[in-house]
Design a protein around this ligand. Structure first.
Ligand SMILES: CN(C)c1ccc(C(=O)NN)cc1
Length: 325
């Protein structure tokens, strides 16, 4: 089988939500290559936390008795609950008995994001949080039945993009795809990024260890790289109250270039201009921020909306393919 599903941006492209049939209900889920749990708001979630969300009703599934899950994300958000087996359909691709993690508790960030009905993890199943036995991601459940064991991400700035499962649509990118091998030891789509440049500068240095994470909004890079970037933005400075680099919204940001698999990709300055910090619209928060305390760089949606990405398990070593859009 193979299929395609729309990836619809929230305001400021904070995250991208995709319609997924879970049991007999269609939910809008955040496809997340940085985690490996498929969890959903459900009729088991307290009403005080689930108002405004579409809900999975576990009555259509088979309860996995004694199984629980509890996940925490890098931004401090999280959720927990119980586990069911049920049918999940993404763009016509069907997992007949997918582990569906029904939330019995969610953190405030999820409670408040009423467009988001849960997450569909697309990292490696080794980091699934279900106890006493880790469960397969949707991709792992269907991988063997796909025309090719791969999926692609084509996210866009302020417009609907797509995730494709089982095939590469050559109309979605230009030029050739350049591949890098993935290190799965931490359960992420983790690889080594090469040199970088700011604006019209020449590519040099090294970004280093990084993950491709559709579930993270911004780009988190080494301090040296981030300082080099904002040194080219006159009004920029690090604002500890905002928790990152801010600048005058009127200022044009430079492009950021990064070399992956021998090819250089450009993230336009306009894509790096993330959002105003308040309703006055005077000060803006940058889409490139420091990776301090994370332990690796994260190429999140700010980067991913500039490229076409292949998450490829056609070979014994998984790999990532990047092409210009
Ligand atoms: C609060 N929400 C919607 C989140 C969604 C995804 C993540 C994340 O770190 N994914 N890799 C964090 C938070």
């Amino acid at each position: 089988q193979s299929g395609e599903v729309a990836a619809n941006p929230e305001q400021y492209d904070e995250s991208y939500l995709c319609p997924v049939q879970v049991g007999q209900t269609t939910l809008n889920l955040d496809f997340d290559t940085g985690s490996a749990d498929l969890w959903v708001f459900s009729t088991l979630t307290p009403k005080s936390e689930s108002t405004g969300h579409s809900l999975y009703n576990p009555s259509t599934g088979t309860k996995k008795s004694g199984y629980t899950w509890d996940i925490s994300y890098g931004d401090g958000s999280g959720a927990s609950g119980t586990v069911y087996a049920d049918k999940v359909v993404v763009g016509g691709v069907t997992a007949t008995s997918q582990a569906v993690e029904a939330a019995t508790s969610v953190s405030s960030q999820f409670e408040q994001d009423t467009d988001n009905d849960g997450l569909l993890g697309l990292a490696f199943s080794s980091i699934n949080t279900v106890e006493p036995q880790a469960q397969k991601t949707f991709f792992d459940s269907v991988k063997g039945s796909l025309a090719k064991p791969l999926f692609t991400a084509d996210l866009k700035k302020g417009a609907a993009g797509t995730y494709d499962f089982g095939y590469i649509d050559s109309s979605k990118y230009t030029g050739s795809i350049s591949y890098v091998n993935v290190n799965t030891a931490n359960g992420f789509w983790e690889f080594t990024a090469s040199g970088y440049a700011v604006g019209s500068g020449s590519v040099s240095g090294s970004v280093g260890d990084a993950i491709a994470d559709t579930g993270t909004t911004l780009m988190y890079l080494p301090t040296t790289v981030v300082q080099a970037y904002y040194n080219k933005v006159d009004s920029a400075d690090y604002d500890s109250n905002q928790g990152g680099y801010t600048y005058d919204c009127s200022e044009n940001l430079p492009n950021f270039l990064i070399s992956l698999g021998g090819k250089t990709f450009t993230v336009s300055g306009t894509d790096i201009n993330f959002a105003p910090v308040d309703s006055s619209g005077e000060t803006c928060f940058g889409g490139i921020q420091e990776n301090t305390g994370i332990g690796m760089s994260i190429l999140g949606d700010i980067f991913l909306k500039s490229v076409f990405v292949v998450f490829d398990q056609t070979q014994s070593t998984p790999r990532l393919g990047f092409a210009a859009q």
